[in-house]
Design a protein around this ligand. Structure first.
Ligand code: TXA
Ligand code: MG
Length: 314
């Protein structure tokens, strides 16, 4: 069983796993999170692999305090007010990402905004401070199952897919953080959660609530979501005149290959970086090699399909 009690040795072990690009399940006051180093593309790809998520949803990035948050996002008056009142705690802000931010493009699913949170749970706090880098963490369960609120729930859902589960007891809040989008003219509650809309209203004065249908569930529903400007052609075995080719495994023509060894984890980790790199107006289009439709291939193909639909753009 991967469940371990929290002490300095297990915290060290968690940090060394995270540094190696592995995932670690950690307690937060809301639900248990499946944490990975937010700077490492392959670590983020592993989150999707372990959860069995068929889509690259943008993830919440966790920090030890507000000071560290400011390194990755541009804050505003609302963020200051909310942080003062509710952080550390079950509240997530969506803010514009800093140009220089090192957060993995896969963690944000290519968005120019970032969801950030300072959790309150003492174990999450300790680990974040000790590790010294931000952690991406969705709930630590298989996709489409109930969020875990104890170490045993995590073990039950993920079994031997996670090398370490830090046992921080039962989660005190027991439901996910509230998510507020602070990038627009007025704050918008995207997901109700641990902090109520009344609490938010009392601090902000005004807030609008996204209709359930408008809540961001999939990246394709997001405005400003990254899709290349040049046409994208899928399942291409070779490039046509003027196209740049993005290979996979033995489908290889030229300089760009998502994974020469045909490894889906590596391909997922490289996907957004390559799409961005190859999105140049001097190409007539981007031709992309067939990607096998299993494991992480499902999420890769979902993203590629969205990228190839021109009407999905802003
Ligand atoms: O309580 C929580 O927030 C837990 C614990 C582990 O911290 N985490 C969590 O993460 O619920 P997750 O990955 O299940 O939820 C992330 C959600 C996405 O589905 C998306 O709706 C939203 O956060 N999100 C992330 N980045 C966003 C962005 N840039 N813009 C809008 N929404 C975003
Ligand atoms: Mg979840």
């Amino acid at each position: 069983m991967a469940i371990v009690a929290v002490h300095s040795q297990s915290l060290d072990q968690a940090c060394s796993l995270l540094a190696q690009g592995q995932v670690v399940a950690i307690p937060t006051e809301t639900v248990y999170g499946l944490a990975a180093d937010a700077y490492q593309d392959q670590a983020i790809a592993r989150i999707y692999q372990v959860k069995g998520r068929p889509q690259f949803n943008p993830l919440i990035i966790h920090y030890p305090d507000f000071t560290h948050v400011k390194e990755d996002v541009r804050i505003n008056k609302w963020a200051e007010l909310l942080a003062e009142n509710f952080w550390p705690g079950p509240l997530t802000f969506v803010l514009p990402k800093q140009e220089a931010s090192q957060i993995s493009l896969l963690a944000t699913a290519g968005l120019s905004t970032l969801a950030v949170r300072v959790p309150q749970h003492p174990v999450a706090q300790q680990l974040l401070a000790h590790y010294g880098r931000p952690l991406a963490a969705p709930s630590a369960n298989r996709s489409n199952t109930i969020s875990p609120t104890s170490a045993e729930d995590v073990a039950c859902s993920l079994q031997d897919r996670v090398p370490l589960i830090l046992d921080g007891g039962a989660c005190s809040v027991g439901l996910e953080s509230s998510i507020v989008d602070l990038t627009g003219d007025i704050p918008v509650l995207l997901r109700p959660g641990g902090i109520t809309v009344e609490q938010l209203q009392a601090v902000l004065g005004k807030i609008s609530v996204a209709a359930p249908g408008q809540t961001i569930k999939a990246p394709g529903m997001l405005k400003r979501h990254y899709a290349p400007n040049i046409p994208v052609r899928l399942n291409a075995v070779s490039p046509q005149a003027g196209e740049v080719y993005l290979g996979f495994g033995t489908y290889d023509h030229g300089s760009y290959n998502l994974s020469h060894r045909g490894d889906l984890l590596e391909a997922a980790a490289n996907l957004f970086r390559f799409m961005r790199l190859l999105d140049q107006p001097h190409y007539r289009g981007m031709a992309i090699a067939p990607i096998p439709q299993h494991g992480l291939g499902l999420a890769i193909n979902d993203r590629l399909k969205r990228a190839s639909c021109q009407e999905e753009k802003e």
